[in-house]
Ligand binder design. Sequence first.
Ligand code: 9WO
Length: 260
Amino acid sequence: EALHMRIDAISLFPEMFGVVRDAGITGRAHKQGLWSLQTWNPRDYAQDIHRTVDDRPYGGGPGMVMMIEPLRKSVQAVRQSRTQQDESAVQAPVILLSPAGEKFTQRHAAHLAETNGAIFVCGRYEGIDQRFINNTVDAQWSLGDFVLSGGEIAALAMIDAAVRPLPGALNHGDSSVQDSFQDSLSGLLDSPHYTRPELFEGESVPSVLMSGNHALIARWRREQSLSLTLEKRPDLIAQARARGLLSAADEKFLGTLSRS
Ligand code: 9WO
């Protein structure tokens, strides 16, 4: 059976997840059954007639805090549903989207496929009762140092990054393209792209790309990638070097750059 990744999202705004489920590469991959999404609204697990999910912060201060119980019950419902679907399935991690989390990278995206997805918890208001984080959250992931109005948009970005590399998600699912995905994992920036017209406002496409010489083109792209990365993200060059991803030819080319 083909690899299938299941994502569960606990959110007060489940309609936000329609975008990644229905549009573009992730939408097509969803239609193909490469991954599935289920959303869970904590409001459906509230205790009272008003379906309250937030309350005022102990100690005072502005805003409201998400209550533990609707969140905990949502997680319990997800776990039950996952067990019903596959009794032998490993328990997926409960991941909270938060600026306090680990910085999300391509490694985290790849990890999601291996753990059969995740249970994403999207906070709203001023935040979530710390006891839910202590008791139920397995990891916190961040997109970067900025504050959103909720975790949903961060979860959408991470789901997109996790679905793209699933085998068959990209149109061109052949092995050569899988290799170029591996290249993108090596952490070098991509070389520039060009399409028609050949001449635009006096600027032409680099002639090597018109040469038809595939070996030459591959070398040019690699060198563009190396020089662009050295210029804009030298930290990624160091990282690629430490991982043994730079060939002798790469090092020789980089040497010509730093000497000029
Ligand atoms: C907000 C926050 C601010 C500073 C330090 C730690 C923090 N944690 C949170 C938090 O968990 N907030 C909840 C989720 C409730 C308010 C909206 N939330 C949120 C998540 N805002 N921004 C994010 C987020 C998530 C991932 N990457 C970047 C931002």
